[in-house]
Write a protein that binds this ligand. Structure first.
Ligand SMILES: [Cu+2]
Length: 212
């Protein structure tokens, strides 16, 4: 408690001053808590992983996209395990995608600014993938994945080029089913919408793939 507050309390005749000071501090506290929940959530997920470990995923795996982070931001897969990743865009206002690979692809602009908008190695190259349960998908880039479509192809666009990536509208979801390919080691995922703004703000994660 600040001296001025103590004084106001002691005098008892200026309750308004005291409550104003208290209000200002409470507001600042709320602001900090709000900022912390926005910026620290990925770190909280990291901390939880450190304490509880990261179980090997199997069956249906939910992957949530928020502004601007993924939950979970760390997964453990095992080569040969059948998985369905159900990707949900939880944002009410923003489009988000999911690209997985290795080594950020940096692009120099005329201003000399390096923009990360893809991976040099696309995890999904040559992988058999089934797409189903599609709702609110804006576009889908299959790249070099071998894709089976269940249900109507559309109304989303199938985009040429780029890394394998589904892009979901706010509230959208899609199921991506596959058998974890023989590509063990650490892989990264991210959202590169708005160049690399989402990625830089923390919209990224890792998958540790264990050998069979
Ligand atoms: Cu995004």
């Amino acid at each position: 408690m600040a001296d001025s507050d103590r004084l106001a309390l002691a005098e008892g005749d200026d309750a308004q001053l005291w409550s104003r000071g208290q209000f200002l501090r409470a507001s600042a506290g709320l602001f900090v808590a709000g900022a912390a929940s926005l910026w620290l959530r990925p770190q909280i997920v990291d901390a939880a992983r450190a304490v509880f470990g990261s179980p090997v995923e199997h069956g249906l795996v939910h992957l949530y996209q928020y502004d601007f982070f993924f939950v979970p931001n760390y997964m453990t897969w095992r080569v040969g395990t059948p998985l369905t990743v159900r990707l949900h865009n939880m944002s009410t206002t923003r489009w988000h995608e999911w690209q997985m690979g290795r080594t950020i692809y940096l692009e120099s602009s005329v201003l000399g600014v390096q923009t990360a908008n893809a991976w040099k190695t696309d995890f999904w190259d040559g992988v058999h993938v089934t797409l189903s349960n599609v709702f609110g998908m804006d576009n889908f880039a299959p790249n070099e994945a071998i894709v089976t479509y269940i249900g109507p192809k559309g109304p989303y666009q199938i985009a040429p080029g780029g890394d394998f990536s589904p892009t979901l509208k706010p509230g959208g979801h899609v199921d991506i089913s596959f058998v974890v390919p023989d590509k063990p080691g650490m892989w990264e995922y991210g959202c590169f919408i708005q160049s690399d703004v989402h990625y830089r703000l923390g919209m990224r994660g890792r998958v540790n793939i264990l050998p069979a």
